[in-house]
Design a protein around this ligand. Structure first.
Ligand SMILES: Cc1cc2nc3c(=O)[nH]c(=O)nc-3n(C[C@H](O)[C@H](O)[C@H](O)COP(=O)(O)O)c2cc1C
Length: 346
């Protein structure tokens, strides 16, 4: 299957520890591509320490990774993009989907969609600027930095889509990743499949679908309607809930408990290493436990009759309490198939 499957960026979850664990147990063999949660491009041109740690090549060895950038100023974007190229990345991704009010109020993320003429000028500048950012391709030849885009269908209404997508069509977008919702729709409800497939049928760009893919059936349904035109499917929550989902989409078996336990161990130990000595041991432990709870709010859905056990995980405040609660869940809960996220085409 010549289809790219990718893990969506999810701030607070899909940082380098998660990506490494996922790639090791599920992603490497299923050729999953990864995106970082957004890196903010600032006017001081300094990348925050946490965001820098996340993109450092030594934290992402052997992982196919695209750094995602958040900006509405071409100069800031290009400065950070150049830093990414110097780290060895050949592509960066522009975030035009973030729905958070503090971000959109600054006309960034999906907020940038409300000023399409400004967005057009920004894209013109960054695509022109990126031509002057050299990268070394896999085969050793020299090229320039590619830019992909992750967008929603509009800010308030899908009626905004024709103008926005006509703008994207003018640029050499490496991959146009479409979360098939507006900002107003946040993450809830059914994706706007009708609008998505209209765009897909008329676009000349490589297009990746994103939104509510929770099962192999969801992915198969999207693929069946795309008539071979789709270049990829990006999955966020579905891949945290069921880390083996890409393997299943490629025709492989679902996750076993043993695999999930190994994945969990790698994740937990990865976070313990990341936060070792963070403001003293016990507060470091709490950061790790909170990170794990965030993962469990998704991963827990894969376990039947999980209520009592997840409650214990969410109550845990120390490492021994957390570890005991996780052991109980693995010992007592069977795995259940996830329910599809895409119910019908609009
Ligand atoms: C907790 C959380 C954090 C997210 N962080 C980002 C982010 O940093 N960048 C981004 O482009 N999208 C972000 N997203 C959106 C996801 O990448 C994805 O577009 C969305 O969840 C829909 O896909 P899904 O239905 O497969 O989850 C985030 C979503 C969630 C739930």
């Amino acid at each position: 299957m010549d289809l790219t499957l990718s893990l969506a960026p999810m701030e607070g979850i899909t940082g380098y520890v998660f990506r490494n664990a996922h790639h090791k147990f599920f992603g490497g063999s299923s050729q999953v591509r990864y995106y970082t949660p957004f890196v903010v491009c600032t006017y001081t041109k300094r990348i925050k320490t946490r965001e820098k740690q996340d993109v450092l090549p030594e934290h992402n060895e052997g992982i196919p990774l695209v750094p995602q950038l958040l900006s509405n100023k071409a100069e800031e974007f290009l400065y950070t993009a150049r830093s990414m190229a110097e780290f060895g990345y050949r592509e960066v991704n522009l975030n035009l989907g973030c729905p958070v009010a503090t971000v959109t109020a600054k006309k960034k993320g999906s907020g940038f969609l409300t000023v399409p003429d400004e967005l057009d000028r920004f894209l013109c500048a960054i695509y022109e600027g990126a031509e002057k950012i050299p990268v070394t391709r896999e085969d050793g030849s020299t090229g320039s930095l590619a830019i992909s885009i992750k967008t929603r269908l509009g800010f308030s209404d899908v009626a905004e889509a024709p103008k926005l997508f006509a703008i994207y069509e003018q640029y050499p977008v490496k991959d146009l990743i479409i979360h098939a919702r507006t900002r107003a729709e946040q993450y809830a409800g059914q994706p706007e499949l009708g609008v998505f497939f209209e765009i897909l049928s008329s676009s000349r760009l490589p297009i990746t679908y994103n939104g509510n893919v929770f099962t192999k059936e969801d992915a198969d349904g999207i693929l069946a309607r795309s008539q071979g035109k789709l270049s990829g499917i990006m999955i966020g929550r579905g891949l945290v809930e069921d880390p083996a989902l890409c393997r299943e989409i490629r025709g492989g078996p679902p996750a076993t408990k043993e695999e999930l336990a190994s994945f969990h161990r790698a994740l937990y130990e990865g976070y313990l290493a990341q936060y070792a000595g963070f403001h003293g041991q016990s507060s470091g432990d709490l950061v790790v436990i909170n990170r794990m709870k965030e993962v469990w709010s998704h991963l827990g859905l894969l376990f039947a009759d999980n209520g009592h056990y997840l409650k214990a995980i969410h109550k845990a405040a120390t490492r021994p309490a957390y570890e005991a609660a996780v052991r109980c869940l693995f010992d007592n809960c069977a795995l259940v198939p996830r329910t599809p996220g895409i119910l019908e085409a609009k």
